[in-house]
Design a protein around this ligand. Sequence first.
Ligand code: MG
Length: 160
Amino acid sequence: MSTRTGIGYDAHRLENGRPLWLGGVQIDFQAGLAGHSDGDALIHAMVDAILGAAGLGDIGTHFPSSDPQYRGASSIRFLQHTAKLLEQQGWHVTNLDATIIAEHPKLAPVAENMRQVIAESLGLHQSQVNVKSTTSDGMGFSGRGDGIAAMAIATIEDKS
Ligand code: MG
């Protein structure tokens, strides 16, 4: 058996009046993340971490924003498709850990819900997925509330 890890990072702008999707969960807030898809920066960071671990490039290669089929798409679809790509290469995800960097809203109350949705979409146990959140103490784009960032690390194993 071999084990590999991959890292992912993403950030999206917050725009007033858009629905806020993070970790596959819609969160009640006055602004949402802009993007060609639903703007879910956490899922995008996780997809990049998983693809990175398997040496399969990045999210932009597999789900180009120029492709109209991904307009407004649920990013959970990207995650599920990524897991399938991995399976074709003999890999499976064994652990995902992530940190969201956002000044507002408070995300700790929805972190468990995100874990559940992400784990379910990948056929994992909830304990194999972890979601944390932090602020940047008022500094920079996330501190000003201009956007939300997320970083993730994925661990994958092969089937043998
Ligand atoms: Mg993105």
